[in-house]
Design a protein around this ligand. Structure first.
Ligand code: UT7
Length: 330
């Protein structure tokens, strides 16, 4: 059976490190609160004026090209998962292609908030299985600092900037993306949102004065749904594929809050060494968080390792994906 597999992974984070200590001089917060309530120690920020998510994304893809040895003109499709596009239009994918000098590809942006990588990976797998494309790059690129209000202590410690990407190709050896379950229900609308800048509330002096161009989050409401929905969807893919916790080598949850990750791990009784966590270094990088985690831990992975990935974000949109890793780390 033809499947799709990840054949390479790369990431890019900007150099600037925003520590909890620095944040404590910007808003009324402290390292102890952020560490115990969220599990973040520092995050990366793209500082250069006039740069956006495409600058993160193209650097990650350039590393992927170098690592995998793929020729840029072989990339048939770039799916860019982002909630922080460079512009409302044109697509960030098209800007990434231009920055890489690729003239032969097709590409588009996919907005599914923090679940964007899983949604894009499922789409990439479907294109491959349908025989439409053979080489797809899924790049999650998020300049989260562009929507973060650094005067709001309830959100500014949470987010960081990053990009991470994977190359997806056909697989006939049984490895690859096996199953996924994705959902959206719309009940999160007023709980996790950037209120202005869209067609309902276009930019105006008033929207700027009201801070409506920043992320708003009702943290407690989102927290409860994140735990419940990531548990339920992970359970669904595990049951459907007759997997117990013992069968799974790596569990990779969206990195939004260490307490959410621990609650999920506890529910499934997963040993901590199987649960991949890097939130302490980067914060919540939205769609980039899962591939950034895979990229950080890639040296541990062996062909045949079984993974459950799970994500949750605005909408709400959430899900889980089961895959068998396709190559040994070099
Ligand atoms: O990635 C997409 C999905 N997003 C998520 O999954 C995030 C889900 N939510 C969360 O992770 C957590 O709800 C937050 C990290 C956002 C907030 O943590 P919390 O434990 O739910 O805190 P809270 O909002 O209930 O606030 C508790 C207290 C409040 O003080 P009072 O009212 O109890 O006196 C806040 O004012 O903590 C206060 N607080 C802070 N204190 C110091 C809120 N932010 C801070 C801060 N520093 N940065």
């Amino acid at each position: 059976m033809l499947r799709a597999k990840i054949t390479g992974i790369a990431s890019y984070v900007p150099d600037y490190v925003l520590t909890n200590e620095e944040l404590s001089h910007m808003v009324d917060t402290n390292d102890e609160w952020i560490t115990t309530r969220v599990g973040i120690k520092e995050r990366r920020i793209l500082k250069e004026k006039g740069t956006g998510s495409s600058d993160l994304g193209y650097r990650a893809v350039a590393r992927l090209i170098e690592k995998t040895g793929i020729r840029p003109e072989e990339i048939e499709l770039i799916i860019c998962a982002t909630s922080n596009p460079d512009y409302r239009f044109p697509s960030t994918a098209s800007i990434i292609a231009e920055k890489l000098g690729i003239k032969t590809t097709y590409g588009y942006d996919l907005e599914a908030a923090c679940a964007g990588f899983l949604v894009s990976l499922q789409a990439a797998a479907a294109y491959i299985q349908a025989g439409i494309y053979k080489k797809i790059v899924v790049v999650a690129a998020e300049k989260m600092s562009s929507m973060t209000n650094y005067k709001d202590r309830s959100t500014c410690p949470l987010f960081g900037d990053a990009a991470a990407c994977v190359l997806v190709e056909p697989s006939e050896d049984g490895t690859g993306i096996i199953d996924s379950t994705l959902h959206t229900d719309g009940i999160g609308l007023h709980h996790l949102i950037m209120n202005a800048g869209g067609s309902v509330l276009p930019a105006s002096h008033e929207t700027v004065d009201n801070n409506d161009h920043f992320v708003f989050q009702d943290g407690r409401f989102v927290f409860k749904h994140a735990v419940t929905d990531m548990i339920r969807s992970s359970n669904t893919v595990m049951l459907r594929n007759n997997l117990t916790v013992n069968d799974i080598d790596f569990f990779v949850p969206h990195q939004a809050n260490l307490r959410i990750i621990e609650a999920i791990a506890e529910r499934f009784n997963i040993p901590s060494e199987k649960v991949l966590v890097n939130i302490q270094k980067y914060g919540n990088t939205s769609a980039a968080s899962i591939p950034l985690c895979l990229s950080d831990f890639e040296s541990r992975f062996k062909k045949g390792d079984k993974f459950v990935l799970t994500a949750f974000g605005a909408g709400f949109t959430w899900g889980a994906l089961y895959l068998i890793w396709g190559y040994d780390a070099k």
